[in-house]
Write a protein that binds this ligand. Structure first.
Ligand code: ZN
Length: 228
């Protein structure tokens, strides 16, 4: 922050008013298992619906419904043929971290904690029981960092994928996409229903008018007692 203050005092003043939990990973909570700082998720959603956003409201909603109806089934099909226990992007990420882990050395204290030396004076503590590392990358993301991967290999017995948080498992993914959006009938049925409603309303109005006319006629005619 002090460096930023010297570089741009306006940026520093703007940022210092914001709670650090909104922009600094060092203050992010770890139970969420998400280290994303940007709002790219919203932008991806907006990109999908940008064509529909220019449409009238019912057309827009119908287009979005159809997009997600197809998308959910497409994702379910794709994931059902995936052979690993964690999702593809996370699997690829772990493979990359395994390569980075080659530069670390490990020392074991005898308990669940390991001391990792990443070179250049960078030293971290990995706790395999709690799935944490003092670099905080594992804590924030739920995915073992390079230091954690070295400790996992050193301990042996379980695969790195076994230490990835269950949020990223294939089972969780399939459970998430288990709620299907069902097909619905088109507007031609709506037109039939509307016509049926109009006919019933017209019949009710005619019947009410006839009843009112009859009542008025009866009221205008003198009864037998008045005639006598
Ligand atoms: Zn780490």
């Amino acid at each position: 922050m002090e460096v930023m203050k010297t570089l741009d005092s306006n940026a520093w003043e703007w940022l210092v008013e914001k709670p650090p939990t909104q922009w600094s990973k060092s203050h992010f909570k770890t139970h969420i298992k998400c280290d994303i700082l940007q709002n790219n998720l919203c932008e991806s959603f907006n990109n999908i619906i940008k064509t529909a956003r220019n449409m009238p409201i019912f057309t827009m909603l119908e287009m979005i419904r159809c997009v997600f109806m197809r998308r959910i089934q497409w994702r379910r099909d794709k994931m059902s043929s995936w052979p690993h226990q964690i999702c593809k992007n996370i699997f690829d990420h772990v493979q990359q971290k395994k390569l980075e882990a080659c530069n670390c050395t490990v020392q074991w204290s005898g308990g669940p904690k390991y001391q990792l030396d990443a070179g250049r004076g960078n030293q971290y503590v990995v706790d395999l029981d709690n799935h944490t590392c003092s670099c905080r990358k594992w804590d924030l993301s739920g995915i073992p960092c390079a230091h954690g991967i070295i400790a996992i290999h050193y301990k042996g017995g379980k695969a790195v994928e076994d230490y990835v948080h269950s949020y990223y498992s294939k089972d969780s993914y399939m459970a998430l996409y288990n709620n299907l959006i069902m097909p619905i009938n088109g507007s031609h049925d709506e037109a039939k229903v509307a016509a049926r409603v109009r006919r019933k309303l017209a019949y009710a109005r005619t019947k009410a008018a006839a009843a009112a006319k009859k009542a008025a006629l009866n009221a205008s005619q003198p009864n037998a007692a008045e005639i006598a």
